[in-house]
Design a protein around this ligand. Structure first.
Ligand code: ACO
Ligand code: ZN
Length: 330
């Protein structure tokens, strides 16, 4: 088999549109190896495996996407030029024909195997627990898929300590298409509220990254916590987060009471860490004295907002009221 020419796919070859002049100033993180010896060995082998890009492109749903980085697929897949992903269960295959056979009886009809926690318009978010046997494989596949677009070490197989928030577009007949996701440690000693975020390249620059970041902070606020994404951030992670923090902070400054200008209080209300707020204020050239944000005229704040942080009208928006979380335990 190997070449099923009858399988109809709309081909859209989307290349990475990000300027390569961005260079990563960050160090590779030290890997936190899992305790389970088998998983430990797997992670280690992959850590040592070459970082040279192996898979050149993937097909997922109607998209054909050029890959950016190495991802540690199991040996028999690791040296393929192209992989075909089932858009529903995220199983990956070496041949288009295998995929078309699989699609006939893929058991995932209604999207990822988790609970819907957000539903608004044509967007749905599913919450998955990497520990649950019926969700584990999906989460592992998602991590392998994500690594194709991430330049630093992430988890791939040891998904049990994480929750996954998968953003889907719901189409006709409730067909779900994965747009992006983020993972989150169930318990983080470092106040991390997000471990890894990825939006598939065809969907990037449409506000989905920002949507996922908004969701991550809404969860943090509902937990009564303050959080920050796991470091290091990728180049794209840095630009997207700076933009997110800047906009959220400006909006908050515009509507807060003048007397509520303590950096700590502002951070608490936003669910940001104090240091993220301080850094963002610095980026915005807004002075802080004795822990208090100095007054800035609303006119200047809205000028800043409109000049540097304006959203495109077609960008998707996160609606907090459409988030049903926490969900009562079964
Ligand atoms: N070039 C320049 N600026 C960009 C780019 C780009 N390619 N992509 C995003 N930005 C900036 C823009 O200012 C953009 O706003 P704009 O389109 O209005 O100008 C802003 O970031 C946010 O854009 P979104 O559309 O909300 O974000 P997107 O859906 O593109 O997702 C993400 C951002 C998740 C970082 C995506 O680029 C991605 O998946 N990258 C690959 C994986 C990755 O690097 N993840 C982050 C790792 S760090 C971590 O996981 C903790
Ligand atoms: Zn499938």
């Amino acid at each position: 088999d190997g070449c099923d020419r009858e399988f109809p796919l709309t081909r859209r070859n989307l290349k990475r549109r990000f300027s390569d002049s961005f260079t990563s100033p960050q160090q590779q993180p030290l890997s936190l190896l899992p305790e389970d010896p088998v998983l430990r060995q797997l992670e280690k082998e992959h850590e040592e495996a070459t970082r040279v890009k192996n898979i050149q492109k993937i097909t997922i749903g109607e998209w054909e996407v050029d890959c950016w980085y190495f991802s540690p697929f199991p040996e028999e897949y690791a040296h393929c030029d192209q992989l075909w992903f089932c858009p529903k269960c995220l199983k990956y295959m070496r041949w288009e024909a295998t995929l078309s056979r699989h699609l006939v009886d893929c058991e995932y009809v209604r999207g990822p195997p988790g609970r819907v926690i957000y539903l608004e318009g044509d967007l749905a978010v599913y919450e998955l627990d990497g520990e649950r046997p019926e969700m584990k494989l999906y989460c592992q596949n998602l991590c392998l898929l994500a690594k194709l677009f991430l330049d630093h070490k992430t988890i791939y197989y040891d998904v049990a300590p994480f929750l996954f928030y998968v953003l889907c577009r719901v189409g006709e007949e409730d067909a779900c298409e994965v747009v992006g996701f983020f993972s989150k440690e169930k318990q983080s000693l470092d106040n991390y509220n997000l471990a890894c975020i990825m939006v598939l390249p065809p969907w990037q620059r449409h506000g989905y990254g920002r949507f996922l970041m908004s969701l991550s902070y809404e969860l943090t606020r509902r937990e009564g916590k303050q959080g920050t994404p796991e470091r290091p951030l990728s180049d794209l992670g840095v630009v997207s987060y700076k933009r997110f923090w800047g906009r959220e902070l400006l909006l908050h400054l515009m509507r807060m009471k003048r007397t509520d200008n303590h950096v700590d209080l502002v951070a608490k209300r936003l669910g940001f860490t104090t240091s993220d707020v301080v850094d963002t204020l610095k980026d915005l050239n807004i002075p802080v004295k004795a822990g208090k944000i100095q007054p800035v005229a609303n006119k200047r704040l809205s000028e800043l907002l409109n000049s540097k942080f304006k959203l495109k009208p077609e960008h998707v928006e996160f609606v907090p009221e459409a988030l049903y979380w926490p969900v009562a335990q079964e």
